[in-house]
Write a protein that binds this ligand. Structure first.
Ligand code: URA
Length: 437
């Protein structure tokens, strides 16, 4: 049998590995016969020399098959999954899930927690007292059948190879590799079992991939993997050059999502949600985008998306009195204002910096087992190209104590650029990518 060291060597020189070699690599890493140090060397070789389309599909499918693959066929209708590559203030799943379900698309979704500077849907939902994200498979199916939607936590046996490899990438500086990100995301999406997949590929200073061209390449790779695996997959590029909406942090974001479900969300958030929801509805109902967008807007205007959200929260054990009366949510112990240091236009917001500052306030975790303070976070008062005066409040910080607040206030000092002239406006919605399906 070929030694794994020789396979690493071949990849290091840019050679192509066979499907069998890739499958043996994923199996070997999962069963412990390939040690971390060899897998680390392989991941670094992939970072430098990449993967061909064949290799990428083989690696993704081997990672998908490392655990159980959900069979959602018992749920009637075309199931459409949506995945965001991560961002700051991104609460879109809480809004578009109920919109799409209200329009008749079954939403059987598995979501993740926040890690690093980006937030996670499961943490946001758990900010609603009582909300359960650990439903059994039977409960998950029942929930989707009853209300048309369930958003559950990822089970441990969903693409376990990705969990192990991601943990290794995190400590070996191999996270920012387009093929590795594509394989990681698509292995989980394919294992989650929906019929069609919508990818929201974020780009800009608050995204995993910051350069537009590279984000587009990631989108194309993921769409190609999905299509090779027999699932219609499309991708929408969305800017993360400033946080999405005005709220960052779990409870604060739930409150903003509630406003959006009543049609009162900030313009950027509503635009992104209508765009994504329209793509989901268009995929699920096989209708034109324009008609799907109209349906999405109607679901907000006639209250059906809100009713679906309430039904989902109730069904998953959440106390609906909180979402019906958002003032009931526990407030952070202290608030502190960050003020403009000069007059002018906000020309740049360091989105990743806001995510880091929110984490410092207690809204995120830097290690998997860290506890989250649901009430912690940041409320922005101004965004890019606002004209502000020295002393204006740009952001209000919510946290548990003065020490955390002063550290985060200092961090926010690096997040704003204020200039005498406004910046060129950036496009919120970028390319739409669909495969030759
Ligand atoms: N999200 C994932 O699930 N995997 C990556 O590699 C990066 C972002």
């Amino acid at each position: 049998m070929e030694r794994f060291v020789d396979i690493i060597h071949r990849k290091k020189l840019g050679g192509e590995l066979s499907k069998e070699q890739i499958e043996a690599m994923i199996h070997g890493y999962c069963d412990g016969s390939i040690p971390d140090y060899q897998m680390s060397a392989m991941l670094m070789a992939i970072c430098f020399t990449g993967l061909s389309d064949k290799e990428l599909t083989a690696m993704t499918l081997a990672m998908r098959d490392s655990g159980s693959v959900n069979d959602l066929s018992a749920i009637k209708g075309i199931k459409v999954d949506k995945h965001s590559t991560g961002g700051v203030g991104d609460k879109t799943t809480l809004i578009i899930g109920p919109i799409a379900a209200a329009c008749g698309i079954p939403i059987a979704k598995m979501s993740g927690r926040g890690l690093g500077f980006t937030g996670g849907t499961i943490d946001k939902l758990e900010a609603i007292p009582g909300f359960r994200t650990d439903l059994s498979t039977a409960e998950f199916f029942q929930a989707v059948q009853r209300t048309g939607i369930c958003v559950n936590g990822q089970t441990d046996d969903l693409a376990p190879a990705d969990k192990r490899i991601y943990a290794l990438r995190d400590v070996t500086a191999t996270v920012e590799s387009i093929p590795l990100i594509a394989a990681s995301i698509m292995s989980k999406k394919l294992a989650a079992g929906s019929d069609k997949i919508l990818l929201d590929v974020t780009t800009g200073n608050g995204a995993f991939i910051k350069e537009y061209d590279q984000s587009l390449e990631l989108a194309k790779k993921m769409v190609a993997i999905g299509c090779h695996a027999g699932k219609q997959t499309v991708a929408q590029l969305t800017s993360m050059d400033e946080p999405l909406g005005y709220a960052i942090g779990n409870t604060l974001e739930v409150k903003e999502a509630i406003a959006a479900l009543h049609g009162q969300g900030p313009d950027d958030l509503m635009t992104v949600c209508y765009t994504l929801a329209a793509h989901m509805i268009s995929l699920g109902k096989e209708i034109a985008y324009g008609q799907a967008e109209q349906e999405a807007k109607t679901a907000i205007a006639n209250g059906s998306a809100w009713k679906t959200f309430v039904a989902m929260v109730a069904q998953q054990g959440g106390d609906i009195s909180y979402i019906e009366h958002p003032k009931k949510f526990p407030q952070a112990h202290i608030t502190a204002n960050y003020r403009a240091e000069t007059d002018g236009y906000i020309t740049h917001m360091d989105t990743e910096g806001f995510g880091i500052a929110a984490g410092m306030l207690g809204a995120g975790r830097s290690k998997k087992d860290d506890c989250i303070d649901f009430s912690a976070g940041i409320v922005l008062h101004h965004k890019t190209n606002s004209l502000v005066k020295r002393g204006d409040v740009l952001a209000t910080l919510h946290t548990a104590n003065e020490t955390l607040a002063s550290a985060a206030l200092q961090r926010l000092g690096y997040c704003y650029t204020i200039c005498p002239e406004p910046a060129e406006p950036f496009a919120l919605i970028g390319d739409f990518v669909e495969g030759p399906y």
